[in-house]
Design a protein around this ligand. Structure first.
Ligand SMILES: NC(=O)c1ccc[n+]([C@@H]2O[C@H](COP(=O)([O-])OP(=O)(O)OC[C@H]3O[C@@H](n4cnc5c(N)ncnc54)[C@H](O)[C@@H]3O)[C@@H](O)[C@H]2O)c1
Length: 340
């Protein structure tokens, strides 16, 4: 991929890794992001092929998309609890905002569009579920993903190639670090206290994927023949990383060399799903390259070296709550006159 790619949410946890990967592959990248988590791409700005535009997907100038070859649409309130802070805003951003970007891209003559969706739309499933199986969105975040998928896939045409990637739960180090994700949170707690934090009751299934691997899936989708990916949904991950939370926590503890002592938190998690990753493997030849142990070791090493820091901005819902509180106190007018 060596054209011009617009990455919405490109300063985020996955987006910043994807942006660096696109630059390394020779692409010119325009990042469109509200920068809620700060200017995480500052150290990449020396590259003349990167432009960062601080704006909102709901209101940005359509001219931003002119001349682009592809759009990777990642901007969102990015997890279930953040999605419940203000369900109306979540639908506005995660569904309508991304549907808007897709329509604008098509109108601007962009040839490819890739949506960052989530396996969380499977909600609760007894059996392993593939892309043709039933979805069961249990939260506003998951509903918004389902609506966004429907809207953007409806725009697919012979001249406009649209793909939705349902990503597993991501782990690993990034410039915009997230310790609210299972493996990263377990690693942080083990590093700090010697106890692994586990969301009750640990029997729930969750597919996992490393942030580097999920970013590679976007490049795979951009590079694939249009006939293979147009109008298609792909689960992103690997069959061997459908994991139950308790044994996963034991693996994380072993990987970073702490004795396994569980620190339970939260109410029982009602989401539990295993996904099939055969389609992306068979059609795109996609294979994951990293394991939960790799992720845990890399995060622990970053914490020890001080390259990864645990701050309020690393917990998505708490940080959004903080931004809203700060906005209410100072009456500082953010974009659109509102913080979210
Ligand atoms: N991290 C995961 O485990 C995971 C799993 C499945 C799907 N996803 C999806 O992948 C995408 C990226 O997730 P992430 O983990 O990088 O999240 P993130 O919160 O780190 O990144 C989202 C980015 O979007 C930006 N943003 C939010 N609202 C915006 C708006 N209205 N206009 C412009 N920018 C806005 C934020 O500033 C942030 O930089 C999201 O769509 C998320 O739902 C993530």
């Amino acid at each position: 991929m060596n054209g011009h790619v617009v990455v919405t949410g490109g300063a985020g946890y996955i987006g910043s890794v994807l942006t660096e990967m696109l630059l390394a592959a020779g692409a010119r990248v325009t990042v469109l992001d509200r920068l809620f988590f700060g200017d995480t791409l500052a150290d990449l700005m020396r590259r003349d092929r990167l432009r960062v535009v601080r704006d909102d997907i709901r209101a940005c100038d359509p001219a931003l998309l002119e001349g682009a070859d592809a759009v990777c649409d990642l901007a969102a309130l990015s997890n279930d609890p953040a999605g419940e802070l203000d369900p109306r805003k979540t639908m506005e951003i995660n569904f309508e905002g991304r549907a808007r970007i897709c329509r604008l891209a098509k109108r601007a003559g962009v040839r490819r569009y890739v949506l960052a969706s989530s396996c969380s739309i499977y909600g609760f499933q007894d059996d392993v579920v593939d892309e043709t199986g039933p979805t069961q969105p249990l939260t506003t975040y998951a509903h918004a993903n389902a609506r966004a998928e429907e809207a953007v896939l409806g725009e697919a045409s012979s001249r406009f190639c649209v793909t939705a990637l349902r990503q597993a739960t991501v782990y690993g180090a990034s410039r915009r670090m997230r310790f609210d994700l299972a493996i990263n949170g377990m690693t942080l707690a083990a590093h700090r206290t010697g106890r692994v934090r586990i969301l009750r009751d640990g029997t729930q299934w969750r597919p996992m994927v490393h942030v580097h691997d999920t970013s590679r899936a976007f490049l795979c989708a951009l590079d694939a023949e249009s006939e293979t990916v147009n109008g298609e949904i792909f689960n992103v991950g690997s069959d061997d990383q459908n994991l139950q939370i308790l044994p996963l926590a034991e693996r994380v503890a072993a990987a970073i060399g702490v004795p396994f002592v569980a620190d339970w938190y939260g109410d029982p998690d009602h989401r539990s799903y295993r996904a099939s990753f055969s389609k992306i493997a068979d059609r795109l030849g996609y294979r994951t390259t990293r394991t939960p142990e790799d992720g845990a070791r890399e995060v622990a090493a970053g914490l020890r070296a001080g390259t990864l820091r645990d701050g309020p901005e690393t917990r998505t819902v708490e940080w959004y709550r903080e931004l809203i509180r700060w906005h209410t106190m100072t009456r500082e007018v953010a974009m659109n006159g509102a913080i979210l």
